[in-house]
Design a protein around this ligand. Structure first.
Ligand code: SAM
Ligand code: DTB
Ligand code: SF4
Length: 329
């Protein structure tokens, strides 16, 4: 089916601003045309290198610029990562995403260690994802050859709002890394955060940018800000479920074959709110009691929610088939 890469800003705004129940209905219909709405891709996150990050992202508890309870830690050892990945697999996750609080990847021993972790987790039959900051094409190739399935690198907000949130890098830096990842043949995971003080127009512009990339990101995380004490955004109000629903539904309509991931913020959301997000086209979650550094619902809570809502976890590498179809743009 036809995937569009020529959405106009006005079209996106018209979708985002529809009466919310109409928007949910439309997104739910599109979701059913392209995907099995009872399947949810379950991914587990692990912070393999926590804290002390030189970047000044104002939402992030791991930035060395902010005084939070998250300190700089040493990189995890391979053994610990393998144990965590096996547990995640036993608990129904088919994707394992390793995060490092780095500005960018450097060609050093630490990167060699990450490459070994990628090999190890890949050997468990899980989809391996990494989020390590900026990346060159050569580094992306090394990750791909080690068995990486996807690379996460979020645009986070609109280009216009970016400098209000981060000043240690530019939006173009972000787009360049996404280009390196895409050209290497890796799957792209890229989305954003709402609740940073951005306007609706910033949200619309971010979705416009994501959907007009040469190929839609295979996964699009929609994070609600987790306001962490000690960060400049500590006093931001919790985002309303209707804002999450509008983001998810608009992303679903514009990028119908992508996994739209209901990401950070679930800890504060009752099942009724999460159900609205699934209805609006969310098709993936992060599972496990911790995201990178902040709490998330535990696996038993999610098992209960899946039972209640009639959802079930998606098999690994199912997205692969969808990607083949998605190349016909
Ligand atoms: N350092 C790498 C980078 O920034 O690309 C990778 C790790 S970074 C923590 C990954 C993503 O986590 C960020 O792009 C951001 O979208 C999300 N994130 C970080 N702190 C968050 C928070 N407090 N609330 C919601 N999302 C957050
Ligand atoms: C994404 O978009 N959200 C995840 C993952 N990609 C790496 C990270 C959320 C982090 C929330 C704050 C924390 O736990 O430190
Ligand atoms: Fe560093 Fe990533 Fe956090 Fe920004 S979001 S401070 S780059 S860990």
């Amino acid at each position: 089916m036809n995937l569009r890469h020529d959405w106009t800003h006005d079209e996106v705004a018209a979708i985002y601003n529809k009466p919310v129940l109409e928007l949910i209905y439309e997104a739910a219909s599109v979701h059913r045309q392209y995907n099995d709405p009872t399947e949810v891709q379950v991914s587990t996150l692990l912070s393999i290198k926590t804290g002390g990050c030189p970047e000044n992202c104002s939402y992030c508890p791991q930035s060395a610029h902010h005084n939070t309870s998250v300190g700089a830690e040493k990189m995890l050892e391979l053994e610990e990562v393998m144990t965590k990945a096996s547990i995640a697999k036993q608990n129904g996750s088919t994707r394992f995403c390793m995060g490092a609080a780095w500005r960018n990847v450097k060609d050093n021993k630490q990167f060699d260690k990450v490459l070994n972790m990628v090999k190890g987790v890949n050997s468990l039959g899980m989809e391996v994802c990494c989020t390590l900051g900026m990346l060159s094409k050569e580094q992306a190739i090394k990750l791909r050859d080690a068995g990486l399935h996807a690379y996460n690198h979020n645009l986070d907000t609109s280009e216009g709002h970016y400098s209000e949130i981060i000043t240690t890098r530019t939006y173009q830096d972000r787009l360049d890394t996404l280009d390196h990842v895409r050209k290497t043949g890796l799957n792209v995971c890229s989305g954003g955060i709402i609740g940073l003080g951005e306007s609706n127009d910033d949200r619309i512009t971010m979705l416009y940018t994501l959907s007009n990339l040469p190929k839609h990101p295979e996964s699009v995380p929609v994070n609600a800000l987790v306001a962490v004490e000690g960060t400049p955004l500590e006093d931001q109000e919790r985002v309303s479920v209707w804002d999450m629903v509008r983001m998810i539904a608009t992303a679903r309509i514009m990028m119908p074959q992508s996994q739209i991931r209901l990401s950070a913020g679930r800890q504060e959301m009752p099942i009724t709110e999460q159900a609205l997000c699934f209805m609006a086209g969310a098709s993936s979650i992060f599972a496990g009691e911790k995201l990178l550094t902040t709490p998330n619902p535990d696996v038993n809570q999610d098992k209960m929610m899946f039972e209640l809502l009639g959802l079930h976890p998606m098999a690994a590498f199912k997205g692969k088939k969808q990607e083949m179809a998605a190349t016909e743009f």
